[in-house]
Design a protein. Structure first.
Length: 280
């Protein structure tokens, strides 16, 4: 089976073109290949499949083999893959995901020359879901905004948002030095989040810049998270901490997120990089 490894701001996935390859038991394959010591090493597995509703379909698995609904970094790299490999000549694509159809615009620097390699991708990530029961999160209020949640004897003010997958955003004075290996798991598995949750610790530097560290559901701490960057933007606006366009500074690099007032949708722009190809 042939595969490609790709990354967006350090959030790396193994891609398999299922228009040509057959994958049985993808959950087991995801666990085996994602292992950074005994496998290829990645945050998960993404299968590229045909779609009757869109140009392509993205089927995503986390490093632990669990299904993921959506990945902002992963879908950008998928766009680069299908264009660079000649599977499409379109520079605007619709991709079917577990969270619905997502629209991509492909760029190479400022413009994409004909046949040029894609370097940047903009994704319409859709509207953030704020209703707690739809995230899902258990709350006494319609929305969970800066709501204290007790974890290990400490109360953390959390804002719960879904970007097709659940997120809990915690604003803090400093993200450097946080022990996410200790803090992440009890929040991910907290009873207030019935389907587990991705966790973002966010430090506002100014109204247009936020520094973030991410604990991803099913993968642990990752260098970046596209849906998490969007959740941080939405939480920043809801808590009146940021403007509607921010640069999200993650360990793996910067992402630009914009929450449009006219449509209510969030646009996410960032790099997409091919790392290497292989065969197993």
């Amino acid at each position: 089976m042939r595969f490609s490894k790709m990354q967006g701001t350090g959030n790396d996935y193994i891609y398999v073109n299922c228009l040509e390859e057959t994958v049985n038991e993808p959950d087991i394959l995801a666990r085996r290949l994602s292992d950074r010591h005994f496998g290829v090493g990645a945050d998960g597995l993404i299968l590229i499949r045909p779609s009757r509703r869109a140009d392509f379909a993205m089927e995503m698995y986390n490093a632990d083999g669990s299904r993921g609904e959506m990945c902002g970094n992963g879908i950008r790299c998928l766009g680069k893959y299908v264009y660079d490999r000649g599977l499409t000549d379109k520079r605007e694509l619709d991709i079917q995901t577990g969270a619905g159809i997502r629209h991509l615009r492909l760029f190479a620097g400022e413009e994409v020359p004909a046949g040029g390699e894609i370097r940047m991708v903009e994704v319409n990530m859709g509207k953030p879901v704020l209703e707690a029961d739809q995230v899902p999160a258990i709350s006494e209020h319609t929305c969970m905004i800066r709501e204290p949640v007790r974890v290990g004897g400490v109360e953390y003010p959390m804002t719960a948002i879904s970007m097709g997958n659940p997120h809990a955003v915690i604003f803090t004075g400093r993200v450097r030095g946080l022990d996410l290996q200790r803090l992440g798991p009890p929040i991910e598995y907290h009873g207030r989040f019935p389907r587990r949750v991705n966790v973002e610790f966010a430090q506002v530097e100014d109204r247009g810049t936020v520094r973030v560290r991410v604990w991803e559901r099913g993968s642990g701490e990752t260098l970046s998270c596209g849906t998490g960057a969007c959740a941080v933007l939405a939480a920043g606006v809801l808590n009146d901490l940021t403007d509607r366009q921010v640069t999200v500074k993650l360990i793996g690099g910067d992402l630009l997120a914009q929450w449009r007032e006219d449509t209510g949708e969030i646009l996410l722009t960032g790099p997409a990089v091919h790392v290497f190809d292989g065969e197993v």
